[in-house]
Design a protein around this ligand. Structure first.
Ligand SMILES: Cc1cc2nc3c(=O)[nH]c(=O)nc-3n(C[C@H](O)[C@H](O)[C@H](O)COP(=O)(O)O)c2cc1C
Length: 227
């Protein structure tokens, strides 16, 4: 009975093989592969050129690398075309990472347009640049979570000519109401969005939060017993 169910279930699933993937039309494959690894983080990276031209662009590859020291990474697409964010970071050594919330998604998407180097996306959207203390790169004013980062290293991924940027978190600004007693940030409350594929924006809502998992012990919710 169980095995029949498995067979029926599999019939509903489309199987793409490595070969069939490579034969798909380009845009279909791009959408499919960008979606199949799940929701991605949605951030605006702020930077500024040595000439003083500010830049802000959306990135879905920003990811946690470690908390002590506090580090993050993100992927830069092949530099076969001008990449202002990459150039600015290489020349100035700093950039900011700013969460995108649900009211900002249209403008956030617009920052992916290929503007000339001497044009600031801050002038083409409603995003306002904000300078905090003496940090050279611009933060996005209305973001509820923003990080000031310093370039540490880059790794060329030769298999597809992309670059992994590794950076240290030098400053972290968080709206007070989002910070829980144990340091956990309630991103749901911040209306931080997630990215589905390359052009879909979603608003995740928190289902539960669990205590540290131990072998053979029942998984326990943080919110049980009034905690
Ligand atoms: C949803 C979304 C996610 C993106 N994520 C990345 C990314 O992780 N890495 C990247 O190099 N480009 C990414 N891009 C493309 C950049 O936003 C785009 O190339 C932008 O023009 C870069 O600006 P710049 O030349 O000012 O750096 C993404 C675009 C969109 C729409």
């Amino acid at each position: 009975m169980f095995s029949i169910f498995i067979v029926l279930l599999n019939k509903e699933m489309h199987h793409y093989t490595k070969t069939s993937l490579s034969n798909l039309p380009k845009i279909f494959r791009l959408n499919l592969i960008n979606s199949c690894t799940g929701f991605k983080s949605a951030n605006l990276i702020g930077s500024k050129s040595q000439k003083g031209i500010s830049n802000v662009a959306i990135f879905s590859s920003v990811t946690h690398l470690g908390s002590n020291p506090s580090m993050l990474g993100f992927i830069i697409r092949p530099t076969t075309v001008p990449r202002n964010t990459y150039d600015n970071i290489k020349k100035t050594g700093v950039f900011t990472v700013n969460h995108i919330n649900s009211s900002q998604i249209k403008d956030a998407h617009q920052t992916s347009a290929k503007y000339e180097t001497d044009i600031s996306e801050f002038d083409k959207t409603n995003f306002e640049e904000e300078y905090i203390e003496d940090f050279f790169a611009p933060f996005v004013k209305d973001s509820k979570i923003k990080l000031g980062c310093k370039f540490v290293n880059e790794y060329h991924i030769k298999e597809n000519d992309t670059i992994l940027i590794v950076a240290s978190i030098e400053s972290l600004f968080v709206a007070e109401e989002l910070i829980q007693e144990d340091g956990w940030l309630n991103l749901d409350k911040a209306s931080t969005v997630a990215i589905n594929g390359l052009d879909g924006y979603a608003k995740p809502s928190l289902l539960d939060r669990f205590k540290y998992a131990r072998p053979n012990q029942e998984t326990q919710s943080f919110f049980e017993n009034g905690s």
